[in-house]
Design a protein around this ligand. Structure first.
Ligand code: WTA
Length: 656
């Protein structure tokens, strides 16, 4: 963050409008309607959110004050009493939705389960009572370390029901990572499973918990609740470990939802930065409930009959907000899938779409790139005609990947909702509303109504259209993170001090670079540390990657900078190729030329390295930091525990 400007080089001009028929039936039907919502929110932000909170949610007691803003600390619906588990379950039982499918679950081995709202409510109440029996009280933190099975969602809702903040630790994390997070949160109990299925193998979970808490390493943990999924032998420590099915058998299914204060902590979710220990992002109850509810309803245009499927893991914010809370608060049918594309069935996701008639499909660019690599014959062999909306989240999406998604999965018929947001924001911040906002491949389009965003320089001054800068949010919003758990100072430092307040207005700095085009559309360029500085030009790596991916031979590309005496930095591209191509000097030359043709000589990679795979985090983000070290010929330093597959890194090392 030493240079005030970031140059944007992506010039994507295509535009896609929703069909008249789609727009007519949508929750928000036109650009005018969207703009009216924005204007209303801008004129009276508190009135705007209060009206929706009253209309869309059930409160036990109304709030006294909509917003208490003592920058950078916000409180929403102060004094209001609410329970998100009640809003996700109980209130639907009073309607015909009682017997509607709430959760459709498909296991990787092909087993499946559907829970109606009534059934889900019953199981949540039972687990809530079991937690109470095991001594969990309102305010106690509960760790959740689970595979993608219904009990993961049940665990979240059970914690919320009794007011015990949960902290979900992604099931792919190691015992060490688990221990750190349980310690930081001082969790009282851990909910886990014997294991889960992934890529035709059992991923053992209980043994990791045993390791994490062995020798009283996490003194706060008294009990472990274990769900049986994979049936392999696991150690059960007497007095500490309990099978869920044993305790469920003897427990009541009545458990009234606790009346929580709107600002009571709902959960902590840890995010790892490039440096330092993971941050415990704190979200609270009322504002989070409202915002995840509204964003899903409008951005995915939820209709009563939709079958909505988000492919994320519950261990990430996307799973929290948009597999569990957002969909269920809306009374929608949410699909959960345990498995992942694998050798024995690369097209398994399309089987799920076909089997359940999925209408809304929400995934990540990294998955889309994998689909492209596996080949379009997989989706082509399935009936995907039920789909009506597609979504993407997690990274900037390359326009060519967007086009593939549009053509091959959407059959040119489904608006693509590119949602930009973060663990910290709780819900979508920039997103098309699919019936109202025309899309452009690679752009998350416009702010959600009520969100005031901008692109500024390091002093907080708005930059000109099409100039790169730093993406900021100007006004507090209901689901913003409240603090870093146990470290309010770090919260202030990380998000509110890089860019100082401007005319008394605090700017939330998201850590991403972006530009706004002449239509006000945002083009997120990635984390500000994902830039290459070539001869004083800060180039978004994603844009060079997009250029590479637009070449027919390239499946995936990751671009990093390498120190260069003349240019400051030189562009190094790591490239994986489509099945029928192989790396050669001629191809390297051709790709360099291609980048020059697409972007300009400034972005010409000095070096292209062909590889079979790129190092990624478990949430699918390319770890450019590691590639940067490799490209620069340095030792790999820092944390590699979030790496999905270590062998990828070892292989790259050997090759370099
Ligand atoms: C990136 C995931 C471009 C961004 C919900 C952000 C995106 C970080 C998009 C947050 C998008 C997420 N376009 N970039 N649509 N969505 N990002 O906390 O850099 O896992 O800051 O939350 O992902 O990642 P997180």
């Amino acid at each position: 963050m030493t240079q005030p400007t970031i140059e944007s080089i992506l010039k994507e001009k295509r535009q896609f409008h929703p069909s008249a028929e789609f727009a007519q039936n949508a929750q928000v039907k036109s650009l005018e309607e969207y703009q009216q919502l924005c204007e209303k929110a801008k004129a009276d932000p508190q009135g705007f959110w209060a009206e929706l909170a009253e209309q869309e949610l059930d409160w036990f007691e109304k709030w006294d004050q909509v917003l208490d803003w003592q920058p950078p600390f916000a409180k929403w619906f102060v004094g209001g009493k609410i329970n998100i588990s009640y809003n996700c379950l109980d209130r639907h039982l009073k309607t015909w939705r009682k017997n509607k499918a709430a959760l459709i679950w498909e296991g990787e081995p092909g087993d499946s389960r559907t829970l109606t709202y009534a059934q889900l409510h019953r199981e949540v109440c039972q687990m809530a009572n079991v937690l109470k029996q095991l001594g969990v009280q309102k305010g106690d933190r509960v760790g959740i370390y689970m595979p993608m099975i219904p009990e993961a969602a049940i665990a979240l809702l059970a914690c919320a029901r009794i007011g015990a903040p949960h902290t979900v630790i992604f099931g792919g994390f190691s015992a060490e990572a688990l221990k750190d997070r349980l310690l930081d949160a001082e969790a009282k109990l851990v909910i886990t499973a014997d294991g889960g299925w992934r890529k035709d193998n059992i991923v053992p979970l209980k043994p990791q918990v045993d390791k994490a808490i062995a020798d009283n390493a996490v003194p706060s943990v008294d009990n472990v609740l274990v769900v049986q999924r994979t049936n392999q032998q696991v150690h059960m420590e007497p007095g500490r470990d309990h099978w869920w099915h044993d305790l469920q058998a003897g427990v009541s299914a009545h458990c009234p939802a606790e009346a929580m204060d709107s600002e009571d902590m709902l959960f902590i979710l840890y995010t790892s930065g490039t440096t330092g220990k993971p941050k415990g992002v704190v979200h609270t109850t009322g504002g989070y409930n409202l915002y995840t509810h509204m964003t899903l309803k409008w951005a995915f245009d939820l209709q009563e009959t939709d079958v909505y499927w988000c492919t994320a893991d519950v261990g990430w914010i996307t799973g929290h907000s948009y597999i569990v809370y957002g969909p269920l608060s809306n009374g929608a049918t949410t699909v959960m899938y345990e498995g992942a594309p694998r050798g024995s069935n690369p097209g398994c996701l399309w089987d799920v779409v076909e089997k359940y008639g999925v209408t809304i499909f929400y995934t990540a660019p990294t998955a889309i790139r994998a689909f492209i690599k596996m080949g379009e014959h997989h989706p082509n062999a399935r009936d995907l005609s039920s789909l009506r909306i597609l979504g993407t989240v997690g990274e900037p999406i390359n326009p060519e990947a967007w086009m593939w998604y549009h053509r091959i999965i959407g059959h040119e018929n489904c608006p693509i909702v590119d949602t930009w947001w973060q663990t910290e924001t709780g819900g979508f911040m920039l997103t098309p509303l699919p019936g109202a906002i025309p899309t452009k491949p690679g752009s998350a389009t416009l702010p959600f109504p009520g969100i005031l965003a901008d692109v500024v320089d390091l002093e907080g001054n708005p930059v000109e259209d099409n100039q790169g800068g730093y993406l900021v949010v100007l006004h507090p919003w209901p689901s913003m993170m409240r603090t870093v758990y146990g470290d309010p100072d770090r919260f202030r430092r990380t998000y509110w001090e890089h860019i100082p307040p401007k005319d008394g207005q605090y700017l939330y700095f998201a850590g991403d670079g972006a530009r706004k085009d002449e239509d006000g559309y945002y083009w997120v360029m990635g984390r500000v540390d994902d830039v290459v500085n070539v001869s004083g030009h800060r180039l978004g790596t994603m844009e060079i990657e997009s250029a590479l991916v637009s070449h027919p031979s390239v499946a995936e590309a990751a671009v990093v900078g390498k120190p260069d005496e003349l240019k400051g930095e030189d562009v190094v591209a790591f490239v994986t190729l489509e099945g029928t191509y192989s790396g050669s000097e001629a191809l390297e030359k051709e790709l360099k030329q291609h980048v020059v043709a697409e972007i300009g000589a400034i972005a010409r990679p000095g070096e292209i390295r062909f590889t079979d795979a790129l190092p990624k985090t478990r949430s699918g983000k390319i770890m450019r930091r590691l590639l940067r070290s490799l490209a620069g010929g340095q030792e790999i330093a820092g944390d590699t525990s979030t790496l999905e597959d270590r062998s990828v890194l070892d292989k790259l090392r050997e090759d370099s």
